[in-house]
Write a protein that binds this ligand. Structure first.
Ligand SMILES: Cc1ncc(COP(=O)(O)O)c(C=O)c1O
Length: 398
């Protein structure tokens, strides 16, 4: 056996997180994480769970009783949705216009479903007419869509129309709101969604590791009337509900510190007010958009589908996107990220989520981004970008 490893104390570098997530975390949330642990069935912790559920109903805009937190990241909530709703042999309809729609299909296939797609190019939303055609052709029992596609920065409009089409075909609708919930308007009940999930580390601005999810009664009836067992022990919703519902029985050990953190992050949103939180993301994301566009880089998304929390900025001709992201990180401590899949080398993905959606952070990013791009030989106008951002922040009253 070798000697004990000699690793140093943990001293993370100072970063501003403006990529596709995680986002910066408010000091109050970090402090909540550092408070003492209690047992996972301690009365105090049970009250914390109750608070989290109440706060989540507020943020999801739902009265759903089955509103809870999955112990895992956003992908665990995605998997919970599809493994519980689908039985082997059922057909699921998922989008082909982004990386996470594709992941939905992979997850559903492992749950034994037949996967069919409704197609749109990366960078475009789904057209409800195509969704209707896909329903007529394939008769899926479950339709999943991505409200904010992190790989493209596209917000899916027409949600009530999509849920209407699915319900007319007696199907269930799952919405992925990972980079959107708590950042842009989303109305679970009013828009008639059956299952909605998100992650903790994006607009909610808590550390990664827990994933909020909500099931309406209609979806729960389908879950309760399954013929076959859910294909995951850990993510079987009815078993998890033993812990999150009235019973409060052991299912697995609750992630205490992450749950504290999520509670504090949600409390911050409730204090600000959900509508004001959406408005701030729009205002500050709008200043970011104004800055890059004035620099000479119009976003690679149409205004109608713009997702203020994730901005796809085109990579200027002749510029190496990897060098730009690396220099922003090394010289300015700012994280932004390049494109995924077919958009690799085509776009930068610039986030503006949660505690990172603040005027000073966006102003700092625009200054640094403009300077690095110009230095890398891009045909951009950094001064015009900085001026447009500060004008937008001032005029928006941020
Ligand atoms: C739209 C979307 N869905 C699902 C996920 C998966 O979440 P996680 O990485 O937290 O597992 C992500 C992560 O970026 C996402 O952006």
């Amino acid at each position: 056996m070798d000697d004990a490893p000699d690793v140093g104390e943990l001293v993370p570098p100072d970063r501003t997180l403006m990529g596709p997530g995680p986002s910066d975390v408010h000091p109050r949330v970090l402090r909540a994480m550092a408070t003492p642990l209690v047992g996972y069935l301690d009365d105090y912790y049970v009250d914390v769970m109750d608070d989290v559920q109440e706060l989540l109903r507020y943020v999801f805009r739902t009265d759903n009783e089955h509103t809870l937190v999955i112990s895992g990241t956003g992908s665990a909530a995605m998997e919970t949705s599809f493994t519980n709703l689908l039985e082997p042999g059922e057909t699921v309809l998922v989008p082909s216009n982004g990386y996470f729609g594709d992941r939905m299909g992979q997850v559903a296939a492992r749950a034994g479903a037949e996967v069919v797609t409704v197609d749109a190019p990366w960078g475009e939303p789904l057209d409800p007419a195509d969704v209707e055609r896909a329903f007529d052709e394939h008769q899926p029992t479950v339709f999943g869509f991505v409200y904010g596609e992190t790989s493209t920065g596209v917000r899916q409009p027409d949600v009530p129309e999509l849920t209407g089409i699915a319900h007319d075909h007696d199907a269930y609708v799952v919405a992925d709101t990972v980079p959107a919930l708590g950042g842009v308007e989303f109305q679970t009940d009013e828009w008639d969604l059956d299952v909605v999930y998100t992650g903790s580390q994006k607009c909610l601005s808590a550390p990664p590791g827990v994933a909020p999810i909500t099931f309406n009664e209609r979806a729960m009836e389908k879950v309760r009337s399954r013929d076959s067992e859910v294909r995951s022990w850990y993510l079987d919703l009815e078993d998890i509900w033993e812990y999150w519902g009235e019973e409060r029985n052991y299912h697995h050990t609750g992630p205490t510190s992450n749950t504290y953190a999520l509670r504090e992050a949600l409390r911050l949103i409730a204090e600000e007010g959900i509508e004001e939180t959406w408005a701030r993301h729009r205002r500050v994301g709008g200043a970011l958009k104004a800055g890059v566009e004035a620099m000479g880089l119009p976003l690679a998304v149409e205004e109608d589908h713009w997702l203020p929390t994730l901005n796809p900025v085109p990579v200027p001709d002749g510029v190496d996107d990897g060098r730009v992201t690396e220099r922003l990180m090394d010289e300015h401590g700012i994280e932004i990220v390049g494109g995924l899949g077919p958009l690799g080398g085509e776009i930068f993905r610039v986030g503006c989520m949660g505690h990172s959606a603040r005027p000073a952070k966006v102003a700092g990013l625009i200054d640094a981004f403009g300077a690095v791009l110009a230095d890398e030989g891009a045909d951009v106008d950094p001064e015009a970008g900085a001026a447009a951002t500060s004008r937008a922040l001032r005029d928006g009253g941020a």
